[in-house]
Design a protein around this ligand. Structure first.
Ligand code: MRU
Length: 347
C-alpha cells in the first residue's frame, strides 16, 4: 500500500479515502486547507496520529494560499486558520499538538517573509509525518514484548497503518508480535457505528497475514470468557496526565471486562497523544457525531429512533489500564507522577 497521505510535485496533498475501504482504494486530492478539514471531519483520514499529520499538511496549504496585506495580518490570519484546523475533530489531541507546533514556529519566525514561512511550514509537515512513522515503529517493537506464543488478543477500532504513518500503535504491536511469535490470534471488534474494525482492521490483518476473527462489539465479554483471551490492546486519542485514556467508544466496556476476567488491558500511544493540560478524563472533550451514523448503516436507514446518542469516544479510568506502551517504554500502572515526567520528552 502507498502512504495514507502524500505531498505531490504539483504542490497538492493526496489522502487515501478510508470511508471507501476495503472495497475501493481511492486517493482524494486537496489543493486547499478547507478540503483537508472536510476529509478529517468525514473520517476519510482518521486515527489520532494520522489526523495530526493531515492537519499539518492543512497548515501548510493554509499559509500558502494567504494574501495578507501586512506581516501582522499574516500572523493573525494564519493563527485563525490553525485554530480552524485544530477544531475539526475535538478529541484526538494529536491535532492540537501539531497545530501548537505550527503556532510556535510562526511566532518564533515572525520576522521571516511569507515564502520563507511557507517553506518552513512544509518542512514541519514533513517532519511530523516522519516523526509519527518513527515513533509508531518504536512503539510496535517495544510493545511486542508483552506477547508470547499462541497469544490470543482482542483489539478495538483501527490502530494500524491507516491510523498512523508507520505500522500503527496497538495494531503495529500486533504486527511485530505476529512476526516474532507463532500462533498469534486476533479478535477484532467491528467498532460500531462506523466499522473501523470490520472495514479497516480486518483488511490490514489480511494484508499482514495475521489470523483475525471479526466479532461484534457486544460479543467482547463472552469472547474473553469462552476463547480464553490473554490480553487486550487498544490505541488512544488522548491520555490525561493522571493516566485516564480516551479512545473509541466501546473501549471502556472492554477494560471493565478485562478487569472482571483478570486479564491485562494495554494501551499503545505516542507522546503526541498525551495531553499535559488534561488533569484527568473529565477534562477530555468527547466528540458527539451525527445521529445518522447510528440510524443508518452504509447509508441504509435501519431505525426510526427519534432520540439518538452518538459519542464517538469514551474514557477509561487509569485504574483499569495495565500499561501504556509509548516510544519511551511501557508505563506500568500509569499515574500522574510518572506521566508528568514525560512532558520533557514530548517534542
Ligand atoms: O474516530 P476514529 O476512527 O478517528 O477513532 C480512532 C480511534 O479511536 C483509535 O483507536 C485511536 O485514534 C488510536 S489510533 C492509533
Amino acid at each position: 500500500m502507498k502512504e495514507i497521505i502524500y505531498f505531490s510535485k504539483s504542490q497538492s496533498v493526496f489522502i487515501l479515502d478510508q470511508t471507501l475501504l476495503p472495497f475501493k482504494v481511492k486517493y482524494v486530492e486537496s489543493k486547499n486547507y478547507k478540503s483537508i478539514i472536510k476529509l478529517i471531519k468525514k473520517l476519510s483520514i482518521r486515527g489520532a496520529p494520522a489526523i495530526g499529520v493531515a492537519g499539518s499538511f492543512a497548515a501548510y496549504l493554509a499559509i500558502k494560499d494567504l494574501k495578507s496585506k501586512s506581516k501582522i495580518n499574516l500572523i493573525k490570519d494564519v493563527t485563525k486558520r490553525l485554530n480552524e484546523i485544530g477544531s475539526s475533530r475535538p478529541t484526538a489531541v494529536n491535532l492540537m499538538w501539531s497545530m501548537k507546533r505550527f503556532h510556535n514556529l510562526l511566532l518564533s519566525n515572525s520576522t521571516k517573509d511569507h515564502i520563507d514561512l511557507t517553506n518552513l511550514f512544509l518542512k514541519e509537515a514533513k517532519y511530523i509525518f516522519n516523526h509519527e512513522k518513527k515513533v509508531s515503529t518504536l512503539i510496535s517493537k517495544i510493545g511486542s514484548s508483552i506477547f508470547f506464543k499462541n497469544c490470543k488478543v482482542i483489539t478495538h477500532c483501527n490502530t494500524g497503518s491507516l491510523a498512523t504513518t508507520g505500522p500503527g500503535t496497538a495494531l503495529g504491536v500486533i504486527k511485530i508480535a505476529n512476526k516474532r511469535y507463532k500462533g498469534i490470534q486476533v479478535f477484532a471488534t467491528e467498532t460500531r457505528p462506523l466499522m473501523q474494525g470490520s472495514r479497516l482492521t480486518v483488511w490490514e490483518c489480511e494484508q499482514n497475514n495475521i489470523d483475525c476473527t471479526l466479532i461484534t462489539d457486544s460479543m467482547v465479554s463472552h469472547v474473553i470468557k469462552e476463547n480464553q483471551i490473554n490480553l487486550v490492546i487498544v490505541g488512544a486519542d488522548r491520555v490525561a496526565i493522571n493516566g485516564d485514556i480516551a479512545n473509541k467508544i466501546g473501549t471502556y466496556q472492554l477494560a471493565i471486562a478485562c478487569n472482571y476476567h483478570k486479564i491485562p488491558f494495554y494501551v499503545a500511544a505516542p507522546l503526541s497523544t498525551f495531553d499535559f493540560n488534561s488533569k484527568n478524563g473529565e477534562d477530555i472533550v468527547i466528540e458527539q457525531r451525527s445521529s445518522d451514523e447510528v440510524t443508518k448503516i452504509m447509508g441504509y436507514q435501519i431505525s426510526k429512533a427519534k432520540k439518538i446518542a452518538n459519542p464517538a469516544f469514551d474514557v477509561t479510568p487509569r485504574e483499569l489500564v495495565s500499561g501504556i506502551i509509548t516510544e519511551k517504554g511501557i508505563i506500568k500502572n500509569p499515574n500522574k507522577k510518572i506521566i508528568s515526567k514525560l512532558k520533557d520528552y514530548c517534542c
